[in-house]
Design a protein around this ligand. Structure first.
Ligand code: PAF
Length: 273
């Protein structure tokens, strides 16, 4: 595996290859969720590139940018074992200059759900993903469904800006107890982790209701609230796969999303129906 920190060096390779490129952008602190993306990229492409870059522009003031988990040594090992060809690890000045051209998330879909609580977050995500796409020029780019709104907006960016890239959304991965894997789970104490299990439980209960034929959004939200009693719920939303509000559950076109705060840690989870 080649580790590259210089964008020019990366571009020299990606510009001159005829191989198919599978790309997995990450912010590091890799877990099984990332590994599943890398494995899929490995299966479907000749060259696999992973980036690790904690992107400052997607964090709002007061968020956890400064304390975002850093596990460079373990991450390099994980990438090597997973068969990554190139690991791109730039620093901030490699990726950003001053007074830059910026990209804006769509005014509606980018400012609901997580974008409502974190206004500007998706501007930063799209900005860095576009920069990385331009350097890597991937054939296929892999993102987890855990960040449902993120992958939907990235697909929209690719469509709106006519980028010749396939964006592939991959299943959300859970631990044995059902907690959705996230680098931020590292912040949870063991009591908080027990509390956090109510999130996936609420999504399971929602699924059970739907399987039993209950497509009523208000009843499903109420049942979820009850399962998450005691938790500081930021939102429970039920939307279509292009993020529009739904009146009732539509099979194969529904995402149920949850955001909560457990202690000081913000967690999101979802299920695609
Ligand atoms: O999902 C993430 O880890 C980040 O938002 C991404 C896509 C790597 C952009 O910084």
């Amino acid at each position: 595996m080649k580790i590259i920190t210089d964008k020019q060096e990366l571009q020299n390779i990606t510009k001159n290859t005829t191989q198919t490129i599978g790309f997995v952008p990450t912010m590091g602190a890799l877990h099984e969720g990332h590994i599943s993306l890398i494995k899929k990229a490995r299966e479907e492409n000749e060259l696999v590139i992973v980036s690790i870059f904690v992107n400052p522009t997607q964090f709002l003031a007061g968020e956890d940018f400064d304390k975002y988990p850093k596990k460079d040594v373990a991450d390099k090992k994980i990438c090597e074992l997973a068969g990554v060809d190139i690991l791109f690890m730039p620093n901030i000045s490699m990726m950003y200059g001053i007074d830059e051209v910026t990209i804006k998330a769509p005014q509606t879909r980018g400012f609901i759900l997580d974008g409502f609580k974190r206004p500007g977050h998706f501007d930063g995500v799209l900005q860095i993903v576009l920069k990385l796409f331009n350097l890597v020029q991937p054939t296929n780019a892999y993102f987890g469904r855990k960040d449902a709104q993120q992958v939907i907006l990235i697909k929209q960016m690719v469509e709106n800006l006519f980028l010749p890239i396939n964006v592939i959304d991959c299943p959300l991965i859970r631990d044995n107890d059902g907690l959705a894997l996230s680098s931020r789970n590292a912040y949870l104490t063991s009591e908080e982790k027990t509390e956090a299990l109510k999130i996936s439980k609420s999504l399971q209960n929602a699924t059970k209701l739907i399987v039993a034929g209950n497509f009523d959004i208000n009843q499903i939200k109420k049942a979820m609230e009850e399962t998450m009693e005691g938790i500081d719920i930021e939102y429970i939303e039920i939307v279509s796969k292009d993020l529009n509000q739904l009146k009732i559950i539509e099979l194969k076109n529904t995402i149920i999303l949850v955001a909560v705060k457990i202690g000081t840690t913000r967690l999101i989870d979802n299920i695609w129906i």
